[in-house]
Design a protein around this ligand. Structure first.
Ligand SMILES: NC(=O)C1=CN([C@@H]2O[C@H](COP(=O)(O)OP(=O)(O)OC[C@H]3O[C@@H](n4cnc5c(N)ncnc54)[C@H](OP(=O)(O)O)[C@@H]3O)[C@@H](O)[C@H]2O)C=CC1
Ligand SMILES: O=C(O)[C@@H]1CCC=N1
Length: 272
């Protein structure tokens, strides 16, 4: 891919995920700079990925062609106001923050910027991430392609036409690794409560989860419902387990969880 000077503002979980994916896929580490107020995460990134690190947002962003905003939403305004001291006309700004709308960034920076909103997820760190992307009208095809290539180093991407759709991306892919972890956590807890060794329970659960995801990927002609039915022998063990999920209204619960996730993103758009 074309390599540009990158600056990640904030060196937390997601910067680690994205920069790991980039370095693993061959991006030149010395072209990646991450900034953070506390030193521990910077030292870890320097040690593990050999990228540039510092505490100085302004100096790092000044040198960069592309600035990736990777702080929590409640820090975003302060970060953008600080970077607004720079002339950003020739820089591409990429944000990974949930909730904050593209227009809001122009207010925060105090100037018209070229912004792509993205919604990655943590599996980006190991190359099996999923990122949703949204670009406004003032973004060139080249800038879109660059951002797409950047995120492809961590997995797959989907573009959305309407900005509001990014909230669905959050519910379906940005937040959803946590839903699957919760499910696995509950399964492992059941097994360990019944006396099984935790490592053995985890090995069984993780391989079943991987296999289930691969079955969905490798059988695009089969719906998830069909794949479930193929496991479920009439009068058998799976039928009993599925009946317990259905009687606990798992579909309603999943639907509510996703609606609440989207509602929180909408609320954050009002809040920030
Ligand atoms: N976690 C996830 O799965 C996903 C998160 N996101 C989005 O990614 C963004 C970052 O999330 P995540 O990586 O999880 O959060 P983290 O808290 O792990 O990382 C954010 C980092 O920003 C640093 N920071 C705070 N203030 C500043 C500042 N003024 N200048 C520079 N750095 C600063 C923090 O420093 P310190 O070490 O001092 O706390 C922290 O290391 C959020 O906006 C979130 O919405 C998007 C998709 C998925
Ligand atoms: O929980 C959050 O707000 C962020 C966005 C998606 C995943 N983590």
């Amino acid at each position: 891919m074309v390599e540009k000077k990158l600056c990640f503002i904030g060196a937390g979980n997601m910067t680690r995920s994205i920069t790991s994916g980039l370095v693993k896929s061959g991006y030149t580490p010395s072209l990646i700079h991450a900034t953070n107020p506390s030193v521990g995460k910077l030292n870890d990134l320097k040690r593990d990925l050999n990228i540039l690190v510092s505490h100085d947002n302004l100096a790092a962003a000044k040198e960069a062609d592309v600035v990736v905003l990777s702080v929590k939403p409640h820090f975003m305004q302060a970060v953008c106001e600080e970077l607004g001291a720079l002339d950003l006309a020739d820089k591409l700004i990429i944000t990974i923050a949930a909730g904050i709308t593209a227009n809001r960034y122009n207010d925060y920076f105090g100037q018209e910027i070229k912004l792509i909103r993205t919604m990655p997820n943590t599996p980006t760190q190991i190359g099996v991430g999923m990122t949703g992307l949204y670009a406004g009208n003032n973004i060139s095809e080249k800038q879109k392609q660059f951002c797409e290539q950047l995120m492809l180093s961590g997995g797959k991407v989907v573009w959305v036409e309407k900005e509001e759709e990014l909230n669905q991306v959050i519910a379906l892919a940005g937040s959803s690794p946590a839903y699957f972890f919760l499910f696995m956590e509950a399964m492992i807890a059941n097994a360990t409560n019944s006396g099984m060794d935790e490592l053995k329970a985890r090995a069984l659960v993780q391989q079943a989860a991987l296999g289930a995801a691969e079955m969905v990927i490798q059988n695009p002609e089969l719906s998830a419902a069909q794949l479930r039915e193929n496991v479920t022998s009439k009068g058998g063990t799976t039928a009993q387990a599925i009946a317990a999920f259905e009687s606990g209204n798992i579909r309603g619960l999943v639907s509510k969880a996703m609606d609440d996730c989207v509602a929180r993103a909408q609320e954050m758009a009002e809040q920030y």
